[in-house]
Write a protein that binds this ligand. Structure first.
Ligand SMILES: NC(=O)c1ccc[n+]([C@@H]2O[C@H](COP(=O)([O-])OP(=O)(O)OC[C@H]3O[C@@H](n4cnc5c(N)ncnc54)[C@H](O)[C@@H]3O)[C@@H](O)[C@H]2O)c1
Length: 263
């Protein structure tokens, strides 16, 4: 599969995170040029450091929830001489990112509208703004593809019991935003079809990131393969969707969840 991304220039939002940084590394390995972006902070710094001096990597600070920044980013990238033909709407806010690491998430009855709206803004409105900017600046000018990132909890209900006693919960606005993002994929797929642009959704399953043995056991029982995913296993499917080999796919939701959604 070496160099399956030759000729691809991939723009990734939220690329300093667990999965985003894996996509960056794997895509560079496969011959792509990669434009990383994220909020300023330790994730951005670590990503820049990891790929310092790689001429196939560039990084831009970008808060996807800020409309003016999204409007400007494609213009900046194009003015700097790179033409992204793959765009990954990967940035998202989880319960932990919203409340701060180590803080519990409130019960549904106590969820504040401002927290719901911040989640929708980052996870759904921002991907819309990125797609709209693709439409304005790229779609129709050269072939391109958009990959929206959903979740196993987009079109499946959350298994609330597995979070009993855990330091984190699945929270409502996250799953709702992730269901909405596949709606964006479906709407755009037909809208862009005559202009040489495709759009698909990837729905990753539960990715291991230092979870306790007890949580791994509980979630594993819901997954056919009986274990959480490694980030590289999600990246394997992402590389395919970003490659020319996925050229006849549009409007699809690709579950990469070890069989979670198959039961
Ligand atoms: N890890 C999982 O188990 C899992 C499962 C299903 C889906 N996903 C999805 O995969 C994607 C990546 O997840 P991850 O596990 O790498 O999460 P992560 O929290 O490690 O990374 C998310 C990144 O998004 C960035 N971000 C948050 N708000 C932003 C904003 N306003 N502007 C720009 N960047 C912003 C964060 O700084 C962070 O680097 C997300 O869309 C997530 O919902 C993850």
């Amino acid at each position: 599969m070496a160099e399956q991304l030759q000729g691809r220039t991939v723009f990734i939002t939220g690329s300093g995170g667990v999965l985003g940084s894996t996509y960056v590394r794997r895509m560079l390995d496969e011959g792509a040029r990669v434009i990383g972006s994220d909020l300023p902070g330790h994730r951005a710094e670590a990503l820049k450091e990891a790929h310092a001096g790689n001429e196939n990597f560039r990084f831009y600070e970008l808060d996807v929830s800020e409309e003016d920044q999204v409007v400007e980013i494609f213009k900046r990238i194009l003015a700097d001489g790179w033409e992204p033909n793959v765009v990954l709407n990967n940035a998202a806010i989880t319960g932990e990112l919203l409340m701060g690491a180590g803080k519990g998430f409130p019960d549904f009855a106590d969820l504040e509208v401002k927290d719901w709206e911040k989640t929708m803004r980052t996870n759904l409105t921002a991907p819309f703004m990125v797609a709209r900017q693709m439409d304005r600046d790229i779609v129709g000018k050269y072939p391109c593809t958009l990959i929206n990132v959903a979740s196993m909890y987009a079109l499946n209900g959350a298994h609330h019991r597995i979070y009993d006693g855990m330091p984190f919960k699945n929270f409502s606005a996250y799953g709702v935003s992730k269901a909405g993002i596949h709606g964006l994929t479906l709407w755009l797929a037909g809208y862009w079809a005559d202009r040489g642009a495709t759009v698909n959704t990837i729905a990753p399953g539960a990715v291991f990131n230092g979870h306790s043995d007890e949580f791994q056991r509980r979630v594993g029982e819901l997954i056919m393969l009986n274990r959480m995913a490694k980030p590289d296993e999600i990246a394997d499917a992402m590389l395919f969707l970003a490659s020319k080999a996925a050229g006849y796919m549009t409007g699809q939701l690709v579950n990469v969840d070890g069989g979670f959604s198959g039961w």
